[in-house]
Design a protein around this ligand. Structure first.
Ligand code: AMP
Ligand code: ZN
Length: 466
């Protein structure tokens, strides 16, 4: 069945046809490894996982590259501020390489917890400095870049069209550009592809322009060409990449070899928290481990991501995530009931479910619609092994590890109640003895927010993990 994908470049849903037969060549912008990735970042990798798995479900083979940014990503995407890696290194009194190694490991640990498939190729920016340098030389040779006393800048005015991905109005951008930009820039929206390092800068490499380091956008241009060729099938990232990072990747490739590097550009919308931006200053930047501490499994977060289409904003709340945890437990129970069931179901019903499921995922990854079909299968009264197998087949795309449902449920019933919850239970018991029902209810809500449900029975209180 034909896959349709929304292409930011053409602003249309298009029939997806790979360039190299059965192989799909895809590039995903990966993490900047200067701190723990947050759940917003992981929403974007859950989307990439769904995309990979949908392509695989349709019989395609993947050649998928993801970069690890360990140099050059400045505090602002538009060439301003300090290198995020260098800043973190100073703060943690480590070398940028130690910082990168530590947070790369942490990143993949979380990716594994989320059952996100690994790309075939994982490419570190610092391992590709030579390729980047060659790229800069080509851009220079073709007359698309110029040198100033601080950097090599891409001359955007040399392009036939800029921007091409976003509807951004350059005039507005110029008017809004910061006044303290490098006065040697020819155009305010020119961007640095190669930056000359000040004497005390930690991460720098020799180049024809002295000790320097790459601009952030360059690594993706150089590494995607190295592994996937000049033009490949799909390029992914978050919506924040549209106006600057991906726009500039396109500019660089046009400057070096005259082509837009990918045919289909896909962007995932942001995860918000309590209806607003996730930001350190608001104290609402959560990691996967922090969710776990509150009783939300990584896979429940993955299921939470399935409540919205990847091109719409998704609002994270603990309440919402806790309902996804409950839903995941229910899904596992439904799977087990089918697996242990002895009824028979008509093949035509299975085929119909399959047909609906593939239609949903192939329609620009409509996972929320696909989930509604999964729930129909899960809740089907005819408890049969065929339906359990069908759930496992759908799980090839969802990656919720349903095959191990029994283990998860067992683990949950053996779960140790944390001291903090035990203390709250004691407090609640006392409140009830003193007939302080308001306090008792408040404590019950607090316990619920921490991922446990208290039930009052004739024999006393019971506690369960949500
Ligand atoms: P970074 O490590 O900052 O380079 O970001 C890694 C990926 O996460 C990029 O594809 C970003 O677009 C994406 N991203 C960052 N914040 C969010 C968010 N709140 N929701 C969804 N994706 C995000
Ligand atoms: Zn990138």
């Amino acid at each position: 069945m034909q896959i349709k994908l929304y292409n930011t470049l053409t602003r249309k849903k298009e029939d997806f046809v790979p360039m190299h037969g059965n192989e799909v060549r895809m590039y995903s912008c990966g993490p900047t490894v200067y701190s723990y990735a947050h759940i917003g970042n992981f929403r974007s990798y859950v989307f990439v996982d769904n995309l990979r798995r949908t392509l695989e479900y349709n019989g395609y083979k993947l050649k998928h590259v993801m970069n690890i940014t360990d140099v050059g990503h400045l505090e602002s995407d538009a060439d301003e501020g300090e290198d995020k890696m260098v800043k973190a290194a100073k703060k943690e009194h480590k070398s940028p390489y130690e910082i990168a190694e530590f947070y790369t490991k942490a990143f993949f640990k979380d990716m594994d917890k989320l059952h996100i498939e690994r790309p075939e190729i994982i490419a570190k920016a610092t391992d590709h400095i030579q390729e980047m340098l060659e790229f800069v030389k080509e851009i220079m040779k073709n007359g698309y870049a110029y040198e100033t006393s601080t950097a090599i800048y891409f001359d955007v005015s040399k392009l036939d069209k800029y921007p091409v991905l976003s509807n951004r109005n350059l005039e507005d951008q110029i008017a809004g550009a910061r006044v303290d930009v490098d006065p040697e820039k020819r155009n305010p929206y020119d961007f640095a592809i190669w930056i000359k390092a000040p004497a005390n800068h930690i991460m720098k490499w020799d180049s024809p322009w002295g000790p320097s380091y790459p601009g952030w956008h360059l690594e993706c241009s150089a590494m995607s060409r190295k592994y996937l060729g000049e033009v490949f099938d799909i390029h992914t990232g978050g919506v924040d990449h549209i106006p600057t990072h991906h726009e500039n990747e396109i500019a660089q490739s046009k400057g070096a070899f005259g082509k837009i590097p990918a045919k289909t550009w896909m962007h995932v919308e942001f995860l918000q928290v309590n209806g607003g931006k996730m930001s350190k200053s608001l104290g609402n930047v959560y990691t996967i481990s922090e969710l776990q501490e509150k009783g939300i499994e990584p896979l429940a977060f993955k299921l939470f991501c399935y409540t919205a289409h990847y091109r719409t904003k998704l609002n994270f709340t603990f309440e919402g995530a806790l309902s996804s945890q409950k839903a995941l437990n229910r899904l596992r129970e439904c799977y087990i009931k089918h697996k242990d069931g002895s009824k028979k179901i008509d093949q035509s019903i299975i085929d119909e479910y399959k047909d609906q499921f593939i239609k949903a995922i192939n329609d620009d990854l409509n996972i929320p619609l696909a989930m509604s079909i999964v729930w129909e299968v899960a809740r089907n009264d005819c408890k049969s092994k065929e339906l359990a197998d069908l759930m496992l087949e759908f799980d090839k795309v969802l990656g919720l590890d349903l095959a191990n449902s029994e283990d998860y449920i067992k683990k949950q019933s053996n779960i140790k109640i944390p001291e903090e919850i035990k203390e709250l239970l004691e407090k609640r018991k006392k409140a009830r003895e003193e007939k302080d029902w308001t306090l008792s209810d408040e404590i019950r809500d607090e316990i619920k927010n921490k991922g446990y449900t208290v039930k009052d029975t004739k024999d006393g209180m019971t506690i369960e993990k949500i």
